[in-house]
Design a protein around this ligand. Structure first.
Ligand code: SF4
Length: 150
């Protein structure tokens, strides 16, 4: 395609590669299938797959600022991030073009789940799901063995 004179960005607000709710569900289904097909190879709890493919924000948002209040990323919203446009980012995070309402970054979503939520204590299954997510974190970051709790 020809140069669009805007940093070669061919997408726009309505036509872009961001996942829509249906895409997220399709992604969930495909990843679940792969987990089933290669259980000895794929390390990825279905509980985490289910969470990160839910529609809507993954974090609790401050209604005033829109900032995630339960994100484990060490950003408090008071630092300045200058974007490649030389303008100051209005987002909480130093990562450009991501706001907390749509954030699905593994590097922050996964550690954020180490802190249990009320919903994690609703049943034996939700506790198991949460422990599997924590185990996934320790496998991913600490190279600990992953043993799914069924
Ligand atoms: S954009 Fe994502 S990683 Fe950054 S502060 Fe918000 S929720 Fe955390």
């Amino acid at each position: 395609m020809a140069n669009d004179k805007e940093f070669f960005r061919f997408s726009n607000e309505t036509d872009n590669l961001a996942f829509k709710p249906d895409d997220l569900l399709e992604c969930r289904r495909i990843v679940d299938d792969v987990i089933d097909e290669f259980p000895g190879t794929i390390v990825y709890p279905k509980a985490f797959n289910r969470e990160v493919t839910c529609d809507g924000p993954l974090f609790e948002l401050d209604p005033q600022t829109g900032y995630a209040i339960d994100c484990a990323g060490r950003h408090n919203g008071t630092h300045k991030t200058i974007l490649s446009t030389l303008k100051q980012s209005k987002n909480k995070c130093c990562m450009p073009n991501i706001d907390c309402a749509e954030c699905r970054l593994l590097a922050t979503v996964l550690p954020s789940r180490l802190m249990p939520k009320d919903r994690d204590a609703q049943s034996a299954q939700t506790v198991r799901d949460w422990l599997n997510i924590c185990q996934y974190w320790s496998w991913f970051y600490l190279n600990e063995p992953y043993q799914q709790i069924a």
